[in-house]
Design a binder for this molecule. Sequence first.
Ligand SMILES: N[C@@H](CCC(=O)N[C@@H](CS)C(=O)NCC(=O)O)C(=O)O
Length: 198
Amino acid sequence: MPILRYSAASPYARKARIAAELCGFGASLTLEGASATDPADSLRAQNPLGKVPTLILESGETIYDSRVICDYFDLLAGGGKLIPTEPAARVAALTLQALGDGINDAALLIRYEITRAENLRDPSWIALQQGKIDRALAELNAHPPAFPVAIGHIAVACALGYLDLRFAGAWREAHSALAVWLDEFAREVPVFEATRAV
Ligand SMILES: N[C@@H](CCC(=O)N[C@@H](CS)C(=O)NCC(=O)O)C(=O)O
């Protein structure tokens, strides 16, 4: 059985778990928690970058990052399940994935920064990252992604879930259309709620 090294709070790992489920591999995946900060954790031997998610195949080969893992599940499921094969739809889905992942990238950088000692924090760096999140949320709120679900929808949902988890859902107040969209996504994709970190 393939093993997914993950952490419950990681939005990228959540994306990979949701993709596995939607591609029909949820039950055949072994989840194994990983610590990216513990040098003794085997994660660093499995993935030199020491990041989750990392997928370990039965052959021992490892696959990272979340985009490659999701692509792998999609291909294994026959292709076109989450990543459309038609060029325009494919580019749109992958671009939406980049937007969702980009929100996560910026949110994580902010989180790392605000957990440093106060005198080491750089407000301008935080503002730079926050600008990316604000612009992405404004764009998504103005144009919530149309269904059916593809990889971009999952990435965006996981990003919003991460903002809920780490930033107390502050995004919701100014982005009500996007909050409605996330509710609809959660109804369409029950594993979203099942993978929510507490
Ligand atoms: N682009 C990567 C990002 C993965 C990532 O940054 N994961 C975080 C957890 S949310 C991590 O492992 N951080 C540890 C580190 O950067 O050392 C992906 O899509 O998988």
